[in-house]
Design a protein around this ligand. Structure first.
Ligand code: FA5
Ligand code: MG
Length: 381
């Protein structure tokens, strides 16, 4: 990993490193590892699995909706707290607003945690059918399907009373039916036959809300969230008496299923043995692992304090080991008679590209232990 650039430009906006990474500012929690991902825009590379997938989804919407959907894939990921949360009705006390879950540049500015951050402004600008693709940022746990920077595509469609009046359904039922039909059609367009299921869920900005799961590597994988847009959002943005649906797709998750990509870190690989396997417009590719290097497991136990969170631990580990860390997993948790709680985490180190040496892993693990002790103020056991 090389030092982060001093500045990057996205969608015509110049973003200086020093405006985004502020080590001594308590209203900021963006590390260099995150800043260095801004502007890479994997979804705009036509030969990258995420770009190929984006273009394939575009094809589906172009074919089925006669080009009605307006497309955006270059909106700046730095957004206001208002755009990211308030505009989509996220309650003031919702966990997603916490510094534990979201990257804050300052108290009023975040790295968007979802593409839903752009719904309100696009509605206000008069768009009624749109797709927004972009990189999104979240403090999160570490495993093969979670990464702190990933890509989403938002879809949004507004209906006017004329659309549902003849259907015998109310607007909400009509939009929900159209939404499911549209997304099932998309899944068939991408995968042909695939095992999928709808799960009821909750989002502050939709009601009813659903998630779509696809069977992958012996388990159900959540690939998208969606629902019928809350009336309040339409009312505030010039669409009173209308109804709308919205969805947010996890592009990596879909691409993992489509191309058989076993680990989410691979999307960031510059290794030719990865990148050369994909090319524009080619969907019928199954990723061939160039080799499977062995993982190495290291356990660490410590007494936690009240401020301890797993996301903070994951960020420390990622800050030191980068993409060599494959998983951070809680394997033991107990509280003693004095009320002290101990956690044991198992860290899996594995490179996608080469074998790691014992010395290398031992030195990483030593560094992780020291940093966890000093930064998170926990007592190692
Ligand atoms: C959302 O982000 C909502 N904004 C989606 C939405 C839009 C709902 C419009 C309703 C209407 P969620 O947090 O579940 O929802 O994330 C959406 C998808 O992003 C998930 O289904 C998953 O596919 C993907 N995803 C979430 N976290 C990660 C992660 N850490 N790494 C990779 N993909 C992720
Ligand atoms: Mg979800």
């Amino acid at each position: 990993t090389s030092a982060a650039a001093a500045a990057v430009e996205v969608g015509g906006v110049k973003i200086a490193r020093d405006d985004v990474v502020k080590e001594d500012d308590p209203t900021n929690n963006v590390p260099d590892t995150i800043f260095s991902k801004i502007g890479l825009q994997l979804h705009r590379r036509d030969n990258h699995p995420l770009g190929i997938l984006k273009n394939t989804i575009y094809d589906y919407f172009d074919k089925n909706f006669a080009g009605q959907f307006d497309k955006f894939d270059d909106l700046c990921p730095l957004v206001s707290v208002k755009q990211n949360f308030d505009d989509v009705l996220v309650p003031a006390d919702h966990v997603s607003r916490s510094y534990n879950d979201t990257y804050y540049v300052d108290s009023q500015t975040v790295l968007r945690c979802h593409t839903s951050a752009h719904q309100a402004e696009l509605l206000r600008d008069g768009h009624t059918h749109f797709l927004v693709t972009g990189d999104v940022y979240r403090r999160d746990s570490i495993d093969s399907t979670h990464y702190p920077v990933f890509h989403q595509m938002e879809g949004f469609r507004v209906f006017s009373p004329d659309d549902w009046s003849g259907s015998g359904m109310d607007g909400t039922a009509y939009a929900a039916a159209d939404l499911k039909k549209t997304l099932e059609g998309l899944a068939r367009h991408l995968f042909g036959a695939v095992e999928m299921r709808w799960v009821d869920t909750y989002f502050p900005f939709t009601n009813p809300s659903f998630e779509l799961e696809i069977y992958f590597q012996d388990d159900w994988l959540e690939v998208l969230g969606c629902g019928v847009t809350e009336q309040e959002i339409l009312k505030r943005n010039g669409r009173t008496d209308h109804v709308a649906w919205a969805f947010g797709l996890g592009l990596e998750r879909l691409a993992m299923v489509l191309f058989d990509i076993p680990d989410i870190r691979l999307f960031w690989s510059n290794d030719k043995r990865f990148t050369s396997q994909f090319s524009e417009g080619k969907l019928d590719v199954k990723f061939k692992p160039f080799s499977k290097f062995p993982p190495c497991y290291k356990d660490m136990s410590f007494w936690i304090n009240d401020a301890f969170t797993e996301n903070n631990l994951c960020e420390v580990v990622r800050g030191i080991a980068g993409d060599l860390v494959e998983e951070v997993k809680l394997i033991d948790n107990f509280t003693n008679k004095k009320g002290m709680t101990s956690h044991c985490y198992r860290i899996a180190y594995r490179s996608m590209e080469r074998s790691l040496t014992d010395e290398e892993i031992n030195s990483l693990q030593l560094n992780v232990r020291e940093t966890v002790k000093n930064k998170l103020n926990v007592e190692l056991r």
